[in-house]
Design a protein around this ligand. Structure first.
Ligand SMILES: Nc1ncnc2c1ncn2[C@@H]1O[C@H](COP(=O)(O)OS(=O)(=O)O)[C@@H](OP(=O)(O)O)[C@H]1O
Ligand SMILES: Nc1ncnc2c1ncn2[C@@H]1O[C@H](COP(=O)(O)OP(=O)(O)O)[C@@H](O)[C@H]1O
Length: 203
């Protein structure tokens, strides 16, 4: 069979399906919800709870956090300033693929300064990027010390530890600030739902 004969049976489509086609299928808009804040501030906990609430409403999400990124695609990176930039650059590129597939993407990374977060927003596209500052104070994060890392950092056993021996720059104009020393998990998630649902539900 020549090409003309096969094309008669199965026509050639020369346009790859795009974001609008995916969003139509999913009945939702893609969006990046970017959580920034200190280790132990509550980024992952909030992202996990939010994902459940969104899924219950029929919305498809993907969480990107240290557990699935630093252990895999970024397992060759550490915590020097340069490695953090490369960490966030790759996460933003991967995140863009999800957002362009119409998926609500929840990224939970310290992303410690404005420059690094602006790079991420630039890769993903500012209109698709919602910056959420989990503003829990250092004292509370250190009191929680979920992984015992603050104690190690204080003893000098971990170098360049954010908040102790490496800087954290608070975002100037986040879409939302959530201090989990004052807000319950439910209160944080409710605030996020109010902000996000109007942006992601496709009419
Ligand atoms: N030196 C140093 N500084 C900060 N954090 C450290 C460090 N070494 C290990 N960890 C653990 O790695 C998690 C932070 O990784 P991130 O990828 O979010 O960091 S960054 O955005 O590249 O700054 C962070 O996990 P989370 O608690 O989930 O934030 C820490 O547990
Ligand atoms: N109101 C709250 N909101 C979110 N997390 C809270 C809250 N109160 C206590 N926590 C606890 O704080 C810790 C936050 O850890 P985690 O979510 O891993 O932070 P991060 O991802 O920012 O490093 C968890 O052990 C969580 O149970």
């Amino acid at each position: 069979m020549n090409n003309q004969e096969t094309n008669h049976i199965y026509p050639i489509f020369d346009r790859m399906l795009g974001r609008a086609d995916k969003e139509e299928l999913l009945k939702q808009h893609g969006l990046m919800i970017w959580f920034t804040g200190l280790s132990g501030s509550g980024k992952s906990t909030i992202a996990i709870a939010l994902e459940r609430e969104l899924q219950q409403r029929g919305l498809l999400c993907r969480i990107l956090d240290g557990d699935n990124i630093r252990s895999g695609i970024n397992n060759n990176l550490g915590f020097s300033a340069e490695d953090r930039v490369e960490n966030i650059r790759r996460i933003a590129e991967v995140g863009k693929l999800f957002v362009d597939t119409g998926i609500i993407t929840l990224a939970a990374f310290i992303s410690p300064n404005n420059e690094i977060r602006e790079m991420a927003a630039g890769i993903i596209g500012k209109e698709d990027f919602l910056e959420i500052y989990v503003s829990t104070p250092l004292e509370e994060c250190e009191r929680r010390d979920v992984k015992g890392l603050y104690a190690k950092a204080r003893r000098g056993e971990i170098k360049n530890f954010t908040g102790i021996s490496a800087p954290f720059e608070a975002p100037a104009h986040p879409a939302l600030s959530l201090d989990t020393s004052k807000l319950s998990l439910k209160e944080s998630v409710d605030q996020l739902l109010d902000l996000i649902l109007p942006k992601v539900i496709k009419k």
